[in-house]
Design a protein around this ligand. Structure first.
Ligand SMILES: Nc1ncnc2c1ncn2[C@@H]1O[C@H](COP(=O)(O)OP(=O)(O)O)[C@@H](O)[C@H]1O
Ligand SMILES: [Mg+2]
Length: 239
């Protein structure tokens, strides 16, 4: 399963949540976190990894040679790149990487940059699920509403696969409750003072709750769909 973590805004917690989810999911599943971020990416410095084993080399060469395992973790990663490198990647390159890699892992988590580009569109369209991350401020909420409309209009997002998490919540939520994103908000994470890294105990606890809420939504939806389909069948028989 490919899960793309996305936001039209930087600094909302995409990388933190991608890595925290990778840690949680890798407790009992095979997980790879791919940094599709050229702004530049953060994995190299955060996880102390080799910048040459990046997404461009993984797409254009043998991706297996670009897998790295962060110290103390049970998941693999492919690190992102720098701004100029993005032009080297086409939609089909990223599509192929994700096809190959998703055959090897139970979960492929993509930490996707805010800018829409060919690699980004591939990461959105090849995803089984898209997790939007936003903060409860006017700019993050309005940008998220805007980008969802834009992505829908261009056929870059299947909204039935999308849901959202609100991060860094301080007190009562104000803006997110006033708008309809058109996708379910599955979980909220409070602002964690003195958060030093994704491995922080409190962050991992929230990532576990987020994981449960995230998979629950899909289950509810498919149950609802099953009920609706059953209802349709009964109606057709009545005709
Ligand atoms: N719930 C939270 N509470 C407090 N700080 C957070 C929280 N989530 C993330 N951060 C901090 O916010 C900053 C940006 O997070 P990051 O994951 O790099 O965002 P993005 O990948 O969206 O740019 C980091 O310093 C991170 O530690
Ligand atoms: Mg990031």
């Amino acid at each position: 399963m490919v899960i793309t973590v996305f936001s039209p805004k930087g600094g909302v917690g995409k990388t933190t949540l991608t890595l925290a989810l990778a840690r949680v999911l890798s407790e009992d599943k095979k997980v790879c976190a791919v940094e599709a971020d050229f702004s530049p990416g953060d994995f190299v410095s955060l996880l102390d990894l080799d910048k040459e084993k990046n997404i461009v080399n993984a797409c254009l060469g043998d991706y297996r040679a670009c897998l790295q395992r962060p110290a103390g973790e049970k998941f693999d990663v492919i690190v992102g790149g720098f701004p100029h490198m993005q032009e080297n990647l086409k939609y089909a390159d990223v599509e192929k990487l994700l096809n190959d890699i998703s055959g090897e892992y139970d979960y492929v988590l993509i930490d996707l940059q805010p800018q829409i580009s060919e690699p980004a569109v591939a990461a959105l369209l090849k995803a089984d699920r898209v997790l939007f991350v936003l903060e409860d401020d006017i700019s993050a909420v309005s940008r998220t509403v805007g980008i969802i409309e834009y992505l829908k209009l261009h056929g870059f997002l299947d909204v039935s696969k999308a849901c959202a998490v609100v991060n860094k919540v301080k007190g009562k939520k104000k803006y997110i409750t006033a708008v309809d994103l058109g996708i379910p908000v599955v979980y909220s994470i409070p602002y964690l003072r003195r958060l030093s890294e994704y491995k922080d105990k409190k962050m991992i606890r929230h990532a576990k709750n987020l994981k449960d809420a995230f998979f629950e939504v899909k289950k509810e939806k498919s149950l609802l769909r099953r009920l609706l389909n059953g209802f349709k069948r009964v109606k057709q028989k009545d005709k």
